[in-house]
Design a protein around this ligand. Structure first.
Ligand code: PEP
Length: 250
């Protein structure tokens, strides 16, 4: 069964006690894993600990970042080799918060994808438009531009075995989710665009949505056939809340 993906992005939240409690509780809800592939992205500092706790569960871990360099004088960074060393299989790349607060650009994003793939870590590549572009009906154009950049500066295979996360910037952390009509229109467009370049690659890509998912909107969004999963920030931070929304879609 092709399971839909649910990713909890814990961002800059938590401590040892919180992480232990979060994963221990999540582990008990084994039935959720029968229908969905559950992934969590704790702060990088807690990935090692999380890896010890998830043992014998189906939960997978996601790194919130990766450096574009393999090793060397890059204070504060985390390498693909290090992530691989502790068995991390996924990484979020190009999140709008990294672009905004850490000035990551398209070249950085491409280089990070290349490095992640080198170490067999699946990139979760975030794309999406800002509010002005959304209001000016340029969402499709912006998404295409972001994907095209990767293909032009590498090749179509850069997208193979990746997860594309459509995350309209205006929907992240704002409480204003994109509506299902808009999301499915963009997902369909992305599928069409990639298929027009290569018919086979699209089978190796998942397209998920992220932006203000909550208990009211999750059911409709996850059940759309063009949506392979969700990236969830705020609504995943309290484990009790995350379990509640998982139960809605169960
Ligand atoms: C995100 O940061 O990727 C995200 C989707 O956050 P939120 O759910 O809080 O909008």
């Amino acid at each position: 069964m092709n399971k839909k993906i649910i990713i909890a992005n814990l961002k800059l939240n938590g401590n040892v006690k919180y992480i232990k409690k979060y994963i221990e509780i999540l582990k008990k809800y084994t039935y959720i894993n029968q229908k969905y592939r559950i992934l969590i992205a704790p702060p990088i500092l807690y990935l090692y600990l999380s890896n010890l706790i998830i043992k014998e569960s189906q939960i997978k871990l996601v790194s919130q970042n990766i450096d574009k360099n393999i090793s060397g004088s890059f204070t504060g960074e985390i390498s693909g080799e290090m992530l691989k060393d502790i068995n991390i299989k996924y990484v979020i790349i190009g999140h709008s918060e990294r672009k905004k607060y850490h000035k990551e650009n398209n070249i950085d994003i491409l280089n990070k994808i290349i490095i992640a793939k080198k170490f067999n870590i699946k990139p979760i590549i975030c794309i999406g438009e800002n509010i002005q572009d959304y209001e000016n009906k340029k969402s499709k154009k912006i998404c295409k531009k972001q994907i095209k950049f990767l293909i032009k500066n590498n090749n179509i295979n850069i997208l193979k075995n990746t997860i594309l996360a459509y995350e309209p910037i205006w929907a992240i952390g704002t409480g204003k989710n994109a509506n299902i009509k808009h999301i499915s229109k963009i997902h369909k467009y992305i599928i069409k665009y990639i298929t027009s370049i290569n018919k086979n690659i699209i089978k190796k890509i998942k397209i998920i949505y992220g932006g203000s998912i909550n208990k009211k909107n999750i059911y409709n969004i996850i059940n759309n056939k063009y949506i392979d999963g969700l990236l969830i920030g705020k609504s995943s931070w309290k484990i009790e809340n995350f379990i509640k929304i998982l139960n809605i879609i169960e």
